[in-house]
Design a protein around this ligand. Structure first.
Ligand code: NAP
Length: 228
């Protein structure tokens, strides 16, 4: 059996989650969450100690976490971005956004609580600047991220043996941002966005804090770029 600690990262097939998995892999055996089996296999080939954890998070069950008895770090990075003014956002879009960004996070955390408690583990939630302030036409996404912040705060209060960190990144250079810029009708300017690895470094800072320090929130914005 491995003596290394274990981390589970959702959304590890690409974007910020993949960068977090890469940043944790030198120290942790990483379970890579995502639905794209090929992408997960490629990540596994790259990272020693990594294993795929293929799952559709909106229908996660106890069977998906069977065998995970001890978990040192759980990083929730999987998420969806939904753009649209309130007048053009029907209930099904609200439900889908909340399902992935909030309900799935709550359910996966609940299922893994025994394993997290066993390790006195750390839960990291990748939130967004949109979880700190609403923007026009981003309301459903923003509401889901405000809810995610409340979930993190409640978890921290209820599970005093765990550490719970919310990370609020600004615009980051990923598929999600590419899709968002296309919908906004704006140029894609990666040099103005955060590199996914810069967000991953914030996650590493939280999970490697000294034992007396509980880093509860980290805000990261692109240097010299948009305050959003
Ligand atoms: N990019 C930004 O500018 C930005 C800024 C602030 C905050 N964030 C937040 O950062 C997090 C990561 O975003 P990103 O930019 O890395 O996104 P991304 O490139 O679009 O990747 C999204 C990841 O989430 C996974 N995922 C989505 N829905 C899922 C589901 N139902 N079941 C299982 N996995 C699912 C995807 O897996 P598959 O490969 O299987 O689809 C993928 O790995 C999100 O929570 C996002 O809200 C992003």
């Amino acid at each position: 059996m491995s003596a290394r600690p274990t981390a589970l990262v959702t959304g590890a097939s690409r974007g910020i989650g993949a960068a977090v998995a890469r940043a944790l892999a030198p120290t942790y055996d990483v379970l890579l969450g995502g639905r794209d089996a090929e992408a997960l296999a490629a990540m596994c080939a790259e990272l020693s100690g990594a294993r795929p954890w293929p799952v559709e998070l909106t229908s996660v069950t106890g069977a998906d976490v069977a065998g995970i008895d001890r978990l040192d770090v759980l990083v929730h990075s999987a998420g969806v971005m939904t753009l649209g003014r309130i007048e053009e956002t029907p209930a099904e879009v609200w439900r889908r956004t909340m399902e992935v960004n909030v309900v799935a996070v709550a359910e996966l955390t609940r299922l893994l609580l025994p394993a997290l408690r066993a390790a006195r583990g750390h839960v990291v939630l990748i939130n967004s600047g949109s979880g700190q302030r609403a923007n026009p036409a981003w309301t459903s996404y923003s509401a889901s991220k405000f809810a995610l912040r409340a979930f993190a705060d409640g978890l921290r209060l209820e599970e005093r043996e765990l550490r719970v960190t919310t990370v609020y990144p600004g615009r980051s250079d990923t598929d999600m941002q590419r899709g968002l810029r296309a919908q906004e009708g704006g140029a894609y300017e990666p040099e103005k966005y955060l590199a996914p690895d810069s967000v991953a470094r914030a996650v590493v800072a939280a999970v490697t804090a000294t034992p007396d320090a509980h880093i509860t929130e980290i805000t990261v914005r692109p240097a010299g770029g948009s305050p959003n």
